[in-house]
Design a binder for this molecule. Structure first.
Ligand SMILES: Nc1ncnc2c1ncn2[C@@H]1O[C@H](COP(=O)(O)OP(=O)(O)OP(=O)(O)O)[C@@H](O)[C@H]1O
Length: 376
């Protein structure tokens, strides 16, 4: 099987030991049992199913039937949703967070102070510098609405650097592992240290190497507690904010990237552990990612969109983009952004894709690229 051309190593499906799964019969979506992954090799997966889904009945698996093993991301998501909402409404520790989110109390700001910003006047554009000023002045939260290619990740990395200079601790969160690691890669370039929580199997190879070597050195309890308790930058996914570290630690700031893609109750999770927060996103791009089980679903809402609508004065816009030339940007502006998106400079506006002739010669007349390049 491993030598067959269609063989895809199990590792590429990203199953992680301990991950919740659902077993269904092949070609049937009816779930048979839920459990978790015990162990994977290149060609096998061992799962443990302790909960049959038909009450009082033991699920019997037979060797002749083909089964599907699906990741049950909904399971951990649902328990986080319940837990976050319950705590916010019931636990007085989170009454300020409840005021901001449920009562939509307007966030406060101190007067802007240029201190700590000077370094960024040359490095960043005016929108990005304004975002740093606003975050510095924030008493509660700031919403950073970054249209495509406007330097959200770049700004977050500078924000972390600036907050560290002010002696602050920061919890960095995103919905996906890749977005968390995109920010961390920029911190590596700036030689900023961090602790990355989560399974190393899901991390970017460069981040994984760093994390693995750090974790290997943690050979006693004292080292482990220093490592987790003294880190000034801690990074995780939104659903990963249930690590034991959070029973002992609070942060000055929580920065949530991709927050417009996170449903409101999940986004609350990491915010419980910080005094102030910054939500970065763009609800004009992707809506929150959430499995829909029926047609009568309620449209999922992100905390980002909820707060943008309730308190637009908390928004700071990034509108100077570096990814599209002016013709491509025109389309995006016309369809979505009502002409608020701008090219950051002339070179971005005039940027063109060089298509080497060699590819065109290899193309026959039916080839899509020839069709696209025809004048009409
Ligand atoms: N102030 C700046 N000066 C020059 N280049 C910049 C600046 N800010 C961002 N860029 C460049 O713009 C590009 C997009 O930046 P970045 O990836 O931070 O944006 P993003 O908003 O996170 O992107 P996306 O919309 O794809 O998530 C990158 O190549 C980055 O180096």
């Amino acid at each position: 099987m491993e030598n067959s051309p269609s063989f895809i190593p199990l590792a590429s499906y990203g199953y992680v030991d301990g991950e919740p799964i659902i077993v269904t019969r092949h070609n049937s979506f009816h779930p048979l049992a839920i459990g978790f992954v015990l162990h994977t090799t290149k060609s096998s997966i061992t799962v443990y199913c302790d909960k049959p889904l038909q009450k009082g009945q033991q699920t019997v698996f037979d060797e002749k039937t083909l089964y599907n093993i699906e990741k049950d991301s909904y399971s951990s998501g649902m328990s986080s949703i319940r837990g976050n909402l319950f705590e916010m409404f019931v636990d007085p520790t989170y009454s300020r967070l409840k005021q901001l989110i449920v009562d939509t109390k307007p966030p406060g700001y101190y007067p802007y102070q240029p201190e700590y910003i000077e370094k960024y006047q040359k490095e960043l554009n005016s929108d990005q510098v304004h975002a740093l000023l606003k975050v510095n002045a924030s008493q509660d939260y700031t919403l950073l609405l970054g249209m495509p290619g406007t330097g959200k990740t770049t700004t977050i990395a500078c924000m972390i650097e600036m907050l560290l200079k002010r002696g602050k601790s920061i919890l960095v969160v995103a919905y996906t592992h890749s977005a968390v690691d995109n920010i961390l890669l920029k911190l590596v370039d700036k030689e900023i240290e961090f602790v990355r929580l989560g399974s190393v199997k899901k991390m970017h190879p460069r981040i994984r190497d760093i994390v693995e070597s750090e974790r290997e050195a943690l050979d006693n309890l004292e080292k482990i507690s220093i490592y987790y308790d003294s880190a000034r930058v801690v990074a995780t996914t939104a659903l990963g904010a249930n690590h034991p570290i959070f029973t002992r630690r609070r942060f000055d700031y929580c920065i949530v990237d991709e927050s417009s893609q996170i449903v409101l109750p999940i986004c609350i999770g990491p915010l419980k552990f910080s005094d102030k927060f910054v939500l970065v996103g763009d609800h004009y791009q992707l809506p929150p990612l959430f499995a829909q089980s029926d047609e009568n679903h309620v449209e999922p809402v992100s905390l980002f969109k909820h707060l943008c609508e309730a308190n637009p004065q908390a928004i700071t816009y990034l509108s100077l983009q570096y990814r599209m030339n002016q013709d491509i940007m025109l389309l995006t502006n016309h369809l979505v952004y009502e002409y608020r998106l701008l090219c950051a400079n002339e070179s971005v506006a005039k940027k063109q894709l060089e298509i080497p002739n060699v590819h065109l010669q290899e193309c026959d007349s039916q080839c899509w690229i020839n069709q696209v390049l025809k004048e009409k």
